[in-house]
Design a protein around this ligand. Sequence first.
Ligand code: NDP
Length: 400
Amino acid sequence: MGKALIIGCGGVASVAIHKCCQNSEQFEEICIASRTKEKCDALRDKLQGTTKTKISTAKADANNVKELVALIEKFRPDVVLNLALPYQDLTIMDACLQTKVHYVDTANYEPEDTAKFEYKWQWAYRDKYKKAGICALLGSGFDPGVTGVFTAYALKHHFDEINYIDILDCNGGDHGYPFATNFNPEINIREVSANGSYWENGHWVETKPMEIKREYDFEGVGKKDMYLLHHEEIESLALNVPGIKRIRFFMTFGQSYLTHLKCLEDVGMTSIKPILFEGKEIVPLQFLKAVLPDPASLGPRTVGKTNIGCIFRGKKDGKEKNYYLYNICDHQECYKEVGSQAISYTTGVPAMIGAMLVMNGTWTKPGVYNIEEFDPDPFMEALNKWGLPWKEDFDPVLVD
Ligand code: NDP
């Protein structure tokens, strides 16, 4: 039993909060704190009366360490679950450090002015967290998140050595809009318009955006084109998986999404460099975000399934072995259960599970850790229990 402070009240947070409330045996009390307090109040009003979890709300600017420290001191949580944006990771980590409270997030820190996906800023807190006796669990969403747990599970139960990992993220959902993103548009577009890269033989290999394309037949979805992207978990898995030779990440995109994205890029709308507009500085990508559909509003109109998982190739008892671990999630079933589409669902459920394992002491060790550095078994069990059951294939089709 414990108390969690949840920062942010967007698409992912809404699912995590629903799940905390379903899991009231563990989450005795939560405080939802975000920039727009009205959103927190509306969610509290919707959930109160359906759960034993006690819910309070607060207004918080997560860029302001002093404000966060005051909020943490007032609420005294056992864990802070950061579901705001990657720009706020360091200020929230600082506030947790000052108040000696455990920290969990789902995305690595990014400076606002450069789309760089690197752990170095957060890994720099390792000694400070160790000395303070608190734990930071980094990347407890789906990817990063479940993909790291899948890797740790494969390593623990199925391999002596993993040499190749292909992470396949397929969204077969259709929301009916010509162009919309499934999570925060700014973060999403920064990610997909950056150069791609993969890890091979001890170093990064960089590609142009969308340069490498493959087709894969996904169970529950069918054949889809997928493209190689840089993705943050590659960096930590490359360090934490002994004997690894190559890690790649592929994500599916429909033609309409790609055509629109190309056009928006060509006209400068995806730029993160501020421009002067009618005497005021604006960032084109932030303006674009303001005119695109809010990902949280896609829930009722999205149909179809997601299929996300990892194909592992390695050795067991001296023999070559292949193993595919994946989850299939249905957009409409998520909507019926928690009022959100599957992208928010597949991130919000692992966020709740990570916060629970840190809060109840199962995964607490002082320092800053990526998710694959913990025992995967309790997390794998919780995935089955809390709505993201996983499947295994011992003879998967491989990606060339
Ligand atoms: P949203 O934009 O829907 O929600 C972000 C929330 O954070 C909003 O409630 C927003 O407030 C709040 N917020 C933003 N800035 C501040 C601030 N300075 N102070 C306080 N609150 C703030 O994003 P998502 O829910 O889609 O994504 C949340 C996180 O999840 C992101 O970091 C994203 O990268 C990550 N993610 C991780 C995935 C994974 O698999 N690991 C997959 C998908 C997302 P307001 O309502 O005022 O805008």
